[in-house]
Design a protein around this ligand. Structure first.
Ligand code: A3P
Length: 309
């Protein structure tokens, strides 16, 4: 980011102090989305990607930022300097985001970028602009087990003052199970991408696999992108995208979105980065109730989620 851009970003943060509030959710085709997304839905839906664009799709808090960093490094041959040229959200625009500054509008950023672009979305499959499928764009989907995904989302909703108020943990579990959080049902989100993965040539990744063997998953992404990098570069990318290194990287840890928008003192964006933290949040009763409902909602699917590694 240039000095000029940094100044305009900090101006924007100052202005945001008055404009930020927890946005209400408005359904678009039954999916609850923040009002600024719903109000701009027509221009999001009309977005026309280029066939060379790459989409990284996730349910919120499934490992989006991690995957974005891996992809950016792969595309730049592991060059850490180039990948620190700007915060994640500028390097890889967030397609549907339209909130007031300092969070830049995805569509505005994309208009200024030439393809091939890497684009982030949390939209469920049926709301992804159809050009991505028509143009056969590459799509990487990252899924995370429901319990850890929800815990991460809960802490994010506490710290991100633009997200709806999470309320108490016990009630949050029910909102998650009913698909009432922003971007809707986790269950439908993962099932729909899973079912379409072969037909649409989607690379379907799991957060737990990335934790278990990051090198293997970095290589999977590399092959999907039809690339071949040296072992040294791959090892370097694995190191640069470790939780520890990303947590200290101001261009990857969202520290550029500070208070009042992201209040990292409530919970840092790079929080724990673990598999199994759910066990520190669910009581045995909550876990049992959740598992019973999970079995019903996921009946008939064979997605190999793991809640421990
Ligand atoms: P936790 O809240 O469990 O720590 P997203 O980018 O989709 O919003 O997901 C954020 C989650 O991914 C957070 O989970 C964050 O800590 C975790 N994360 C980000 N980078 C990571 C990395 N390099 N390794 C492991 N987890 C990472």
């Amino acid at each position: 980011m240039s000095e000029e851009e940094k100044i305009s970003m900090s101006d924007a943060i100052e202005k945001a102090r008055d404009a930020i509030y927890r946005f209400p959710l408005i359904p678009i085709r039954g999916i609850p989305l923040m009002n600024h997304i719903a109000n701009n839905w027509d221009s999001i839906w009309a977005f026309q990607p280029h066939p060379s664009d790459l989409l990284i799709a996730t349910y919120p808090k499934a490992g989006t930022t991690w995957t974005q960093e891996i992809v950016d490094l792969l595309l730049h041959n592991g060059d850490a300097e180039i990948c620190r040229r700007a915060p994640t959200i500028i390097r890889i625009p967030f397609l549907e985001i339209f909130s007031p500054p300092p969070i830049p509008s995805g569509i505005d950023l994309l208009k200024k970028m030439d393809p091939p672009r890497v684009i982030k979305t949390h939209l469920p499959l049926q709301l992804v602009p159809t050009g991505f499928w028509g143009n056969k764009c590459k799509v990487i989907y990252v899924a995370r087990n429901a319990k850890d995904n929800m815990v991460s989302y809960y802490h994010f909703d506490r710290m991100n003052q633009t997200q709806p108020e999470p309320g108490p943990w016990d009630g949050y579990i029910h909102k998650f199970m009913r698909g009432e959080l922003a971007w809707g049902s986790w269950y439908d989100h993962v099932k729909d991408y899973w079912e379409e993965r072969d037909k649409k040539s989607i690379l379907f990744l799991f957060y737990e696999d990335m934790k278990e063997n990051p090198r293997r998953e970095v290589e999977r992404i590399m092959h999907y992108l039809d690339m071949s990098l040296s072992d040294d570069v791959i090892n370097h990318i694995v190191e640069l995208t470790s939780f520890k290194v990303m947590k200290e990287n101001p261009m990857a840890n969202y520290s550029f979105i500070a208070g009042p928008v992201f209040d990292h003192s409530i919970s840092p964006f790079m929080r724990k980065g673990e598999v199994g933290d759910w066990a520190n949040h669910f009581t045995p009763e909550q876990s049992k109730m959740f598992d019973e409902d999970y079995a019903k909602q996921m009946k008939g699917t064979d997605i190999p989620f793991r809640t421990q590694i």
